[in-house]
Design a protein around this ligand. Sequence first.
Ligand SMILES: C[S@@+](CC[C@H](N)C(=O)[O-])C[C@H]1O[C@@H](n2cnc3c(N)ncnc32)[C@H](O)[C@@H]1O
Length: 223
Amino acid sequence: MAASARAFVLRHTRLRPVPGLEEIRLHLADEVLPLWYAVQVETGDPDAALPYWAFAWAGGLAIGRYLLERPEAVAGRRVFDLATGSGLCAIAAMRAGAAEATGVDIDAFAAAAIGLNARANGARVTVLRRDVLDEEPPAADVILAGDCWYDARLAERVLPWLRRAQEHGIDVLVGDPGRRYLPTGELIELAAYDVRTTTELEDLELKRGQVFALRAALPNRVD
Ligand SMILES: C[S@@+](CC[C@H](N)C(=O)[O-])C[C@H]1O[C@@H](n2cnc3c(N)ncnc32)[C@H](O)[C@@H]1O
């Protein structure tokens, strides 16, 4: 699957600069529906996931911009990019001077795309293809979570996992354009950017992408 997934990604994308982060180049698609159909045909699965990996999402773009402005957030540190998609946040972290970066995603095509994208940017990114949300927090100093709050079930699992990571002393940076399941009460805004995406994915080409830290958990009250 790995070699054919790589060939599939190359066939359906074009390597190009990321809007607003032109120093990073990714294998990106122009249109979502034909590619989604091609994924369904390739996998024989009519319920195959949307090809998230072929786009730079607003949450990841916001994290990328933040790391460009504030490289000290990751410089010299071990970075874990949850739901990495194209690998955008992991690659941005390496460009900002991270000691190492791991990108995790459940999608086989994402795993292929991250490898190709990391190589295109001369960045070393370790790729994990599995669901880590029932596991203990990773051996990392910073977790990046770009655009993870679009699905109720995923959102429900991401927050406790990020909280556990925070309790283990791991810094958490969330990037998001205000998706439906974003737990705003749990977050502190660090920065906001107008990020350019595509109306293939969003209602508007320019979205307001925010970067947040996770609010410290309140100690349990004992009355
Ligand atoms: C909207 S995309 C965001 C991609 C990237 N972070 C960005 O901002 O461009 C969400 C990604 O989450 C991945 N995903 C969904 N459930 C996941 C899980 N349980 N563990 C890891 N990744 C997951 C999807 O495959 C998809 O690539």
